[in-house]
Design a protein around this ligand. Structure first.
Ligand SMILES: Nc1ncnc2c1ncn2[C@@H]1O[C@H](COP(=O)(O)OP(=O)(O)OP(=O)(O)O)[C@@H](O)[C@H]1O
Length: 590
């Protein structure tokens, strides 16, 4: 074991066991001389197990996590006090963390949820308090013990299907036990007066409508007021516009006697929608009215969610709006409804297909559903205007995660591989569902991969772009000009390939990916493949062989000839096998 690692281990020991070094000394070797509690494999420190030794110091994660190979840490049954420092996130290879039966206190740091390889976490019988971090991000966790602490707040949505052991009894948790918790005995939840729902005998009260928080004047509020002002201006402009065009509208028979709808119809000028009259007939907002072809311009709600079922066009109008982006395909607004629900509304520019085709497209897409593809919850379509409404995802996009300054450090190889596999699988599913209808994504890129509350990826804006064959001719080296109608699917595979390269290199895609593709090709050709990878991945010790295999999949996907690219299904299978191998290797390591 190298000197640096030895020094780090001794630093950790100084803190955790002040006054006794337990025989750990720089003049000996942790593996060869079998330091107390240390177990090694291939001359690397894998496990540190210091149980019931009356240790009374604190846990210093900074030196500890410099022991890169560490997979297991157990300090069970001591008197270690203080908190778990956020630097614990640097113990990337940790699979087992046992801290039960100590005097730890404070909140569990969010950093814990970044230990993607963690399988077993035991923080029971301590004095921890505050809410739990979102440990559901750790998909492979099989044990979670947190009983006998002072935790508060609601339980996060654990992946109960995967968990084998779970106990949060004797804390101060409140609220409903998340779905799936019923898999465990009530003993796992007892002793929390505020908890309710299965498997506990007390059921939860019916949900109250969300109350508005009055307290803090935050940046959000400023945006909301700004939104109101802008919206007001837009409505005034629109009214002027409408009066000017009033007589013409009548001629159009836009809202003639044949449509029973009282009116959610509208048009839009300068991004504003008119103030429509109210309607009492809920079905006019449902897909059925589109299917019957009776409406040309009402809001069609596709979602069954209770908060959205009665969504009307005027609700979107009245709500404060904040522009999130203006791409070449249209603008995107964040709209917050009066019930607090946040939506993302895409105003599509020049879609290039007639309204009826657009509605047909929406209907088809509504039938293909995948948990990692964001479905539109509603749409609006008139001659002048096409809007698509999505749930607003507050955790940002894959682009932000990769290129946002703070996050780059913590987006490790295991998580990147898992994102790649999920996106590829979701894309392959959508392709197989919508191939016959010829509906591909059309604009697959990292800004269109959103992250949900568990930081799982979700493809957004599927099917929004109607890809025309002439688009391919822009970059002859990359997109064949002789594109067949099905090339839109191979175009998505190209997009997937670029996402893989972005994940592996950490570099941004510009100029339709041409620059990145060219650079990767040249480095690989010079046989400096290792130089391609993001420095963060190299320093974390990610497996280079598997990174190279993923790189090869990426390069196949961006083959200049669409016919030579794999199908999305083939790409997904290749990525999934790399991910399986990674998981096998991590669990055999531990
Ligand atoms: N449903 C959503 N919830 C939260 N953020 C979103 C949502 N949809 C998109 N975004 C984010 O809003 C920003 C603007 O999105 P927009 O679609 O306008 O831009 P784009 O994807 O870069 O360009 P385009 O799709 O027009 O090519 C992007 O950073 C995107 O990640």
């Amino acid at each position: 074991v190298d000197e640096g690692t030895k020094q780090s281990m001794i630093q950790f020991m100084d803190k955790v066991s002040p006054g006794s070094d337990q025989g750990w000394s720089l003049s000996t070797d942790p593996c060869a001389d079998q330091w107390k509690g240390v177990e090694c494999e291939s001359q690397s420190v894998k496990r540190i197990v210091l149980e019931e030794l009356n240790l009374s110091g604190t846990l210093d994660a900074s030196p500890l996590c410099r022991v890169q190979s560490l997979a297991v840490l157990s300090l069970k049954g001591n008197n270690v006090a203080g908190g778990i420092p956020k630097e614990i996130a640097n113990c990337k290879h940790l699979t087992h963390l046992y801290l039960g039966g100590n005097r730890f206190s404070g909140q569990l740091p969010d950093a814990l949820s970044r230990l993607n390889n963690l399988k077993r976490l035991d923080v029971s019988d301590n004095n921890f308090s505050g809410p739990l971090p979102n440990l559901a991000r750790i998909s492979g966790m099989i044990t979670f013990f947190a009983q006998n602490n002072n935790f508060t707040g609601e339980l996060p949505q654990f992946d109960f299907a995967n968990l084998e052991h779970f106990n949060v009894s004797d804390n101060n948790f409140t609220g409903q036990i998340p779905d799936g918790g019923g898999r465990f005995q009530e003993n796992s939840f007892l002793g929390n007066l505020g908890l309710c729902g299965s498997p506990l005998p007390n059921s939860c009260p019916a949900p109250q409508p969300a109350k508005k928080k009055q307290k803090d004047v935050s940046l959000d509020k400023i945006f909301i007021y700004l939104g109101y002002v802008i919206l007001g201006l837009i409505v005034v402009l629109f009214l002027v516009y409408k009066i000017a065009r009033r007589s013409k509208k009548k001629e159009d028979g836009f809202d003639g006697g044949k449509n029973r709808r009282s009116d959610t119809s509208s048009s839009k000028a300068n991004g504003a929608l008119s103030e429509p009259k109210t309607s009492e007939n809920r079905s006019e907002y449902s897909i059925t009215s589109v299917e019957s072809g009776m409406t040309t311009s009402s809001l069609v709600v596709l979602s069954d969610a209770p908060a959205l079922r009665d969504l009307k066009f005027e609700d979107l109008l009245r709500a404060p709006a904040e522009q999130l982006g203006r791409g070449k395909h249209g603008s995107l607004y964040k709209v917050v409804l009066s019930n607090g629900l946040a939506l993302a509304v895409k105003r599509i520019k020049d879609l290039g297909i007639p309204s009826e085709d657009f509605k047909g497209r929406m209907r088809k897409m509504d039938r293909a559903k995948h948990p990692h593809v964001l479905p539109p919850v509603a749409f609006y379509c008139s001659k002048q205007e096409k809007l698509l409404v999505y749930e607003y995802k507050p955790n940002g996009s894959l682009f932000n995660l990769l290129h946002g300054m703070q996050n780059a450090q913590i987006f490790d190889w295991g998580s990147r591989l898992s994102v790649a596999a999920t996106v590829a699988e979701a894309l392959a599913f959508m392709h197989s569902e919508l191939r016959e209808d010829g509906i591909a994504h059309g604009n697959l890129k990292t800004t269109n991969i959103l992250l949900d509350k568990d930081m799982d990826p979700c493809i957004s804006e599927y099917g929004l772009m109607v890809v025309k064959t002439q688009d391919y001719s822009q970059i002859p080296e990359i997109r064949s000009s002789a594109a067949s109608p099905h090339d839109a699917f191979k175009d998505d595979v190209y997009g997937l390939g670029l996402i893989l390269l972005e994940l592996l290199t950490g570099k941004m895609v510009q100029n339709n990916g041409y620059d990145l593709a060219k650079w990767v090709h040249s480095v690989v050709r010079e046989e400096w493949t290792g130089e391609v990878f993001d420095g963060v991945l190299i320093s974390e010790g990610a497996d280079e062989e598997r990174m190279v295999r993923l790189l090869q999949v990426g390069l196949q996907c961006i083959n200049p000839s669409p016919a030579e690219r794999p199908s999305s299904r083939q790409a997904a299978a290749l990525i999934s096998s790399i991910k399986d191998e990674e998981e096998r290797s991590v669990s055999s390591d531990s």
